[in-house]
Write a protein of this length. Sequence first.
Length: 212
Amino acid sequence: MKLVSIPKIFPWLFRKYLWNVSTNSKIIYLTFDDGPTPEVTSWVLNQLSLYQAKATFFCIGSRIQAYPELVVQLLEEGHLLANHTYEHVNGWKTITNDYVNEVLKTQDTIQTFQENKTKYFRPPYGKITPKQTNALIKQGYQIVMWDILTYDFNSEFSVEKTLQKIYKYTQNGSIIVFHDSIKCKGKLYYLLPKVLQHFQEKGFQFHALPIK
């Protein structure tokens, strides 16, 4: 089974990326990639509201433009909108200039809904080159990875075993990745309510990524 929790050496080796948030408080940072998606994102927002949970949504630019009502809803409910490229491109297969333009185009779209926020960006598939990284950092982007990956996109994984690993490895300041997409909704619908309930009972709060 692939690792739900990243190796501890990753944040040291790849220090330009945000893997978790340093805090002594019992706070978890939930993130959702690949939306907004009709039905799925609405369901996620409903689940979050049940636990007074806030989250960061790393949205695809073309989907922001296609479903603006969902973007308005998530912002009105206190969540954070963040950048996931315009067409969900793979950085390892995209030249730097084209990749940066994907991010800039998405940021322009985001700013029609949300102003004066930290420019958080997550590379699709977690794949980004050093040149792309440096180019985006120079333009003020904070590149966000994760320390807990739910594998809601992989149908071969046992959701119960994955859930137990999430319970085991999540800690103060963890950044957890879910996906609010049609492909992932089966596992997402199983995992998210259990994660919310379990960690709330353990005294955790769920926050969007901090604005600087």
